[in-house]
Every structure is written in structure tokens, then in C-alpha cells.
Design a protein around this ligand. Structure first.
Ligand SMILES: [Zn+2]
Length: 82
């Protein structure tokens, strides 16, 4: 059995940028963990979170900490007492 090199298909999706409100293309997250995406027009970073049957787009400012990849990583990995 030979597997094609490009078995992983990048599925992209057009979404509305939460900052400039223009259509921009993102790469669909492969799982339900939120990821960052960059608007191709204004260059701003925003959050893309895949839900059961839709994609949620939010600004960094609006995202709850559980939907922010960075803060999420800190909360999940930070077991050290400060
Ligand atoms: Zn934008």
C-alpha cells in the first residue's frame, strides 16, 4: 500500500475577519483545540475554534481564556505554584 505524500489535505475556509470584517482564508483546525489565524488583509491575529458543526471566530480580546491557545497552554501546563 502506498500512501500519497499529500494525504493530509489542508482544508481551508473563508471566514470574516473579526477586526477588519473582510473575508479571509483560514486553515481549518484539525481538532477542537482553538488555534490562531492571521487575517490576510489586515494581518491581525485572531482565534479560530472549531465546534461540532461550525467554526467560531473571535478576537484575542474577546476570547475567554479557555479559547485562547496561549492562555490555555499556561493554564493546562502550569501546575507549578507561583
Ligand atoms: Zn482583517
Amino acid at each position: 500500500m502506498s500512501q500519497p505524500e499529500s494525504a493530509v489535505q489542508e482544508s481551508t475556509k473563508i471566514v470574516k475577519c473579526p477586526y477588519c470584517d473582510k473575508d479571509t482564508t483560514i486553515t481549518r483546525p484539525r481538532d477542537y483545540a482553538p488555534v490562531y489565524a492571521y487575517c490576510g488583509l489586515c494581518g491581525k491575529k485572531f482565534i479560530v475554534e472549531r465546534l461540532a458543526n461550525r467554526i467560531d471566530i473571535m478576537t484575542i480580546e474577546d476570547a475567554p481564556s479557555c479559547s485562547d491557545p496561549d492562555r490555555r497552554a499556561i493554564e493546562m501546563g502550569g501546575s507549578d505554584e507561583q
